[in-house]
Design a protein around this ligand. Sequence first.
Ligand SMILES: [Zn+2]
Length: 675
Amino acid sequence: MKFAIPTFLLALTLATACCSKHNNATINFADMDTTVRPQDDFYNYANGRWTLNHPMPDDYSSYDAADVLTETTYQQILDIINEVTTHPQKPGSSAEKLARFYLSGMDTATINAAGIEPIRFFLDTIDAIQRPADLQNAITLLQKYYFISPFFILYGPYLSNGDAYALVIGEEGIGLDVSEYYLEDDEYSVEIREEYKKHIRNLFVLMGQDSATAQRSAMAAYGIEHRIAEITLDKVEQFNPTGKLRNVTVDELGAMMPTINWPKYFNQLNLPIPDTIVLDSEKSYFVKLDKMMNQVPIDDWKAFLKLKVLLETAKFLDSGFVREWFHFDRQIIGGQVSMPPRWKQMIEAMKNNFDDVISELYIERHFPQETKNHVVEIAENVRAALAEHISQATWMQDSTKAKALKKLSCTRLKIGYPPQRNDFSSLTMCDNFTTNVLNVLKNNFEYEMSFIGKVNDHSQWYEVVPFEANIYNVANQNEVILPAAFMQPPYFFANGDDAVNYGSLGAALGHEMTHGFDPQGRQYGNHGELSDWWAESDKEAFDRQLQKLIDRFNSFIVIDSMHADGEFTVGENTADLGGLVVAYTAFSKTEQWKDQTKLIDGLTPDQRFFIAYAQSWAGSYRDEEIRNRTKTNPHSLVWFRIEGPLPNIDAFVKAFNVKPGDRYYLPDSLRAKIW
Ligand SMILES: [Zn+2]
């Protein structure tokens, strides 16, 4: 895990290949509902039959176009794994380690027989704590496996110098996704935290405690999480990097948090004592945490730390733990009906922990050089279009425009896969899956921490793996990452017309690029260093446009009487609108755009562009997922990613002849114009 500020897009177009008389089938007519007027409900016009054609599998809580591609990608990975596991591999090679990892995960008899033995050493270390000063023995042990503890340690760029790697420490510690689940009293938050309390009591029972002791442990651990929720930044404050990130020295850290012996702490993690540390939270968090370390009974802290181990390892332990993990994480939170098959759980486990080995094999098979060349061309055209929009923005000062154009020219595009990958040569595999997972995590921690103090050559990928159907903007590196898996149908059609490739991939690229110039991205400079380079008047003019989007999204109802959260989602909604506008400008430079009378399947180039965009956001959700997502995910529900931005765009209004009185008509005064 690296310290990154990623803002990500989820999902685009969808699997097609039928229903068109053209070879390059891209728009999927079978998923459209042409009985719906596009002017009134463009989402259902483009996607009205999508859910019928793509019913949600039982092991999903939401299912969208990206998930369709993810399923394809998982099958591709399964083919690779089947090949690797059924052929002899060179002992000690990455492929052999991959095979052993996978097979150990499928061997549930061995996993069940071992029970909690593989995590016993964590529990023993925690049990040995006698006084506040001992807490760091367990905290550092958890951190070596990237487990959540009262604060995290990662590596990432320095704030003022993106060309070197620093050590980053920040706040964490709660088990639920957002602090409002602990603090707010709306019916849904109360329901989730009561279910969570049951869940953590069940985990303590599975660990071996009797039910009364488990209940006490659960309440003690929950009590600490609740106190942490009270002192952490809320989800909107998290989006303000200049407000929370700062450099500190070890002495300053020691003054904030004297209960930790910091020289010893770094020694326990096998790290040199750093000159400067990047702090990713308010200083007051550490001051208050230190007080808690001394005021909260040690036995409560032990329960909290054990809970962290159980939460992190449950899905890798015996079947009782896996069932309990599924029940809360997937059924209660997301409404999922059945557990993913074991092989899929293993791919998930490898995706997050052992990705480099699969990536190497995946890229060999599924990422041709021609794809990369074609995508680079589209991406550079989108970049040029954004430059045009920046130059023409009427609300931005000329001096700010010059800085914006410079930053855009520095935005690094990472396409396909990282050149440098984790070295697994020192990793050993055994027959027990849980132990293998722990070994991989520890190996990753040691590998990533070895970068601290070294030159940042910007070759690293942050939190993203090549076989992921997604695209990312990493704000503190000023880069956009396109994983190899993303650049295949339904996102990118090697032989597709420009309208669909710009409407889907182009809009996604535009979305990510504009993130560099939104309220969060504008706080980072050319190389990802922290630097707020906008003039006050630029911010005010920008915010006036944002307010129109905030108001529009606040008016949307997600389920029952629950509204969308316009403020929480405004960054993503702005990027959706900006991405579309910029991609459309890039598309307007193509030969296809110039002749709007040349129809394909009865559609003009402009109509194809907007339908391709809308089809990239087809999807459905379970009710539980809608409620959870609205609280925890800054991206809007798929249908609002259509209904929110499109009525603001003149070219859309023209392409579908939208008139006053139509539901998708917005008077000019309410249209947000940002780029
Ligand atoms: Zn985004």
